[in-house]
Ligand binder design. Structure first.
Ligand code: KIV
Length: 263
């Protein structure tokens, strides 16, 4: 069955959860859609997990378009969301050009990291037929500005401004919100403040969808994984398709994330 934005909105409206997982190539796209994953995120995390770089900052639009096309060829019905890389949305015009390349490579929507200042860009993309997910909270492309990967929204002022931004971006036309590393109390308030589906990573079970980096949930990442990661390969002790199905079921049944994965 083909997953659409309308289906994700129905999930939210009917209290059903949906699963999101990164993929960067045709093989993983095929395995993930066969496992029932609703949304495949072609994340710019590929800069770290595929290219071996230190951050997502060096990833280019051309690289994102190449990996989006690979995922598109393997996909069998999941919705494909592609990341707009570092500085590709610095101006609305640049964003339109980059989003055009990603949509023509096979994306069904794009994801933009940022905050309220993206309002004009979101409206322009929407007017041109590009659905948008806005990524708030910890936005890894801003790792240098944040001085590291830190939980966002711990203080009252930051939390209020994140909630205001989510509302404003929804008004501008955003179809989805993705929240990364946000305390679950803040997530709960934000989820109640917007009408669109909210996807979380380290943002608690209050979100309508959950996302992980596929290498993390298969236990392939070097070093200590972040708190919000669960290794489904270790848990199932089986093969990749079994681990992917276990993740999908755990998200949809509400068993993932558990308290130990939250802030
Ligand atoms: O690039 C990525 O994989 C992401 C997720 C961490 C949400 O943006």
């Amino acid at each position: 069955m083909t997953v659409t934005l309308r289906k994700l909105q129905q999930c939210r409206n009917e209290g059903r959860r949906f699963s999101v997982l990164t993929a960067y190539d045709a093989c993983f796209a095929r395995l993930e859609s066969a496992a029932g994953i609703d949304v495949i995120l072609v994340g710019d995390s590929l800069g770290m997990v595929v290219q071996g770089k230190d951050s997502t900052v060096p990833v280019t639009v051309e690289e994102m378009a190449y990996h989006t096309a690979c995922v598109h060829r393997g996909n069998q019905g999941s919705l494909i969301m592609a990341d707009m890389p570092f500085l590709s949305a610095a101006t609305p015009e640049r964003a339109l050009d980059a989003a055009g390349q990603l949509m023509q490579a096979g994306a069904n929507l794009v994801k933009l990291e940022g905050a309220g200042w993206l309002e004009e860009t979101v409206s322009l993309l929407k007017r041109n037929g590009v659905p948008v997910c806005v990524h708030l909270g910890l936005t890894p492309q801003a790792v240098n500005a944040f001085s590291g990967y830190r939980v966002q929204g711990r203080d009252q002022e930051q939390a209020e401004s994140m909630i205001r931004d989510a509302r404003a971006l929804e008004q501008a036309g955003a179809d989805l919100v993705l929240l990364e590393c946000v305390p679950r109390e803040v997530t709960a308030r934000l989820v109640d403040s917007v009408g669109v589906p909210v996807i979380g990573i380290g943002a608690g079970p209050e979100c309508h969808g959950q996302v992980l980096v596929v290498h993390d949930m298969l236990g392939l990442t070097d070093g200590k994984p972040p708190r919000f990661v669960k290794d489904f390969m270790a848990e199932t002790g089986a093969d990749v398709p079994t681990a992917l199905r276990a993740y999908d079921e755990a998200v949809k049944s509400g068993h993932f994330p558990a308290d130990e994965h939250c802030f």
